[in-house]
Design a protein around this ligand. Sequence first.
Ligand SMILES: CC(C)(COP(=O)(O)OP(=O)(O)OC[C@H]1O[C@@H](n2cnc3c(N)ncnc32)[C@H](O)[C@@H]1OP(=O)(O)O)[C@@H](O)C(=O)NCCC(=O)NCCS
Length: 183
Amino acid sequence: MEINQKSALDSETEYTELMIPSYANFGGKIHGGILLSLMDKVAFICASKHSGQYCVTVAVEGVEFKQAVEVGELVTIKASVIFVGKTTMIVGMRVESFKPTEGIIRHTNSCYFTMAAKDSEGNLAVVPGLILKTDEQLRRYCKGKIIRKLSLEKRELLKSAVKDQLIQDLRQECQEVDKCFIA
Ligand SMILES: CC(C)(COP(=O)(O)OP(=O)(O)OC[C@H]1O[C@@H](n2cnc3c(N)ncnc32)[C@H](O)[C@@H]1OP(=O)(O)O)[C@@H](O)C(=O)NCCC(=O)NCCS
């Protein structure tokens, strides 16, 4: 049986966009939602390159905005598929912002998106395995494995933890330690 595999390099993507005034928020900085939309676009590009299928966003596993982005800067997203499951892929992205007048590149944020591959009928499709050729790709893969594990644990915890607890226990727990006021 032929095993379908692709190199991490095959999905590598670099996408640059100029931050125009209509992308700014009331504070004059670039709106976080604009960056999320760009990241979603890039995640789709990487996932469809790897899977050869139409892809959908399943989850934003983590976004950290380290620094604000300004109007007039060039935002570059460097990304690739870093981990594959059966039908899903985790795309890792590094976002950098470049101010042409100063020549400085800043690392503004990093993020991980889980994308699923779908066939022409809209069913989940099995994705190719991932060939890792460098130590860096191996490191990213292992990070992806942790992200997948945490994502599954989070989902399970959210499903069961609160539902199965008695309301009086929840009330007591919240009143004792949290800054909430139960009326
Ligand atoms: C997300 C989706 C694919 C899950 O389908 P499902 O049949 O309920 O999922 P399953 O439990 O069989 O899991 C299928 C895969 O999705 C992953 N998955 C499911 N829910 C997930 C979540 N909340 N976060 C991360 N991964 C998730 C599973 O780990 C599994 O991965 P694997 O095949 O690589 O091991 C499906 O609900 C879907 O298509 N959602 C709509 C996505 C979409 O349209 N996005 C665009 C938003 S506008």
